[in-house]
Design a protein around this ligand. Structure first.
Ligand SMILES: [Zn+2]
Ligand SMILES: [Zn+2]
Length: 258
């Protein structure tokens, strides 16, 4: 599998897109999260309308907001124009106990048609009891330590394993879920622990390194970054001090082969 970074910023697309990652397998491509800036990057790659599925880790704005322009009639019209005809809706997996509620609220708040999302996507729900088979890849999930229901996918194609930690504080559940992963993608939102970190459920680069080390992962990719290059480099240094495997900072277009 190949893991490709479309966006890596936290909260707002400052200096790059928010959360959006492609997992390319032999049988197709999965998009993980759809934060601001994701659609344009998927479109530029010619992959809109051709994805095997979109899987949302959770329904915070920096992970879902591009579903709004993605589901507009402009996008569907241009997709049809490119393809020369109608395309089947892309399967969209959302967390069962928060995703539909957020999509319904967006419809009401923005005055959209009731079938805005259900018409544009093949809407499906999941949680940590489910096992999904998508394009030859098996997905299982662990709930992360985050203020809203958030799930970290573990993706296995029979040859390699990629774990995307999504948003969440360090937790034993994430360590267990990431056991022996070939690639572990973990947030490094903060440089230093502070009370807010626990309130909002995020990690530092050092904690990300500790998770990778405890899980026995082979490679670590730090993401969900603030637009502070010096702090991100320091987070990288601290993660490397805590984990002996390869560690990189996410950047747009980076592709890691697992
Ligand atoms: Zn979040
Ligand atoms: Zn986030």
């Amino acid at each position: 599998m190949r893991f490709e970074v479309l966006g890596h910023t936290v909260g707002a697309p400052l200096g790059g897109a928010c959360a959006g990652y492609l997992v390319h397998g032999d049988g197709g491509t999965i998009l993980l999260d759809c934060g601001p800036g994701t659609l344009e990057r998927v479109w530029r790659r010619g992959l809109a309308g051709r994805l095997s599925a979109i899987v949302l880790s959770h329904a915070h704005a920096d992970h879902v907001l591009d579903l709004v322009p993605w589901s507009t009639s402009v996008t569907s019209g241009e997709l049809e124009h490119r393809a020369g005809g109608p395309l089947p809706p892309t399967p969209l997996y959302v967390p069962r106990d928060h995703g539909p509620q957020v999509l319904d609220a967006l419809v009401v708040a923005l005055g959209l048609r009731e079938d805005r999302f259900s018409g544009a996507f093949d809407l499906r729900e999941y949680d940590d009891r489910d096992r999904l088979s998508i394009a030859g890849m098996e997905l299982t999930f662990a709930r992360t330590a985050h203020p809203v229901p958030c799930f970290a996918p573990r993706i296995d194609d029979g040859r390699a394993t990629i774990v995307y930690g999504a948003d969440g504080a360090r937790s034993p559940a994430l360590v267990a879920h990431a056991r022996d992963a070939d690639l572990l993608v973990v947030e490094a939102t903060y440089l230093d622990p502070d009370p807010g970190q626990h309130r909002y459920g995020h990690m530092t680069g050092e904690e990300a390194g500790q998770v990778a080390s405890q899980a026995g992962a082979k490679r670590l990719l730090l993401t969900h970054l603030l637009p502070r290059p010096d702090e991100n480099l320091e987070n990288l240094r601290r993660a490397r001090a805590a984990f002996s495997g390869t560690v990189d900072l996410a950047r747009e277009g980076l592709v890691v082969v697992a």
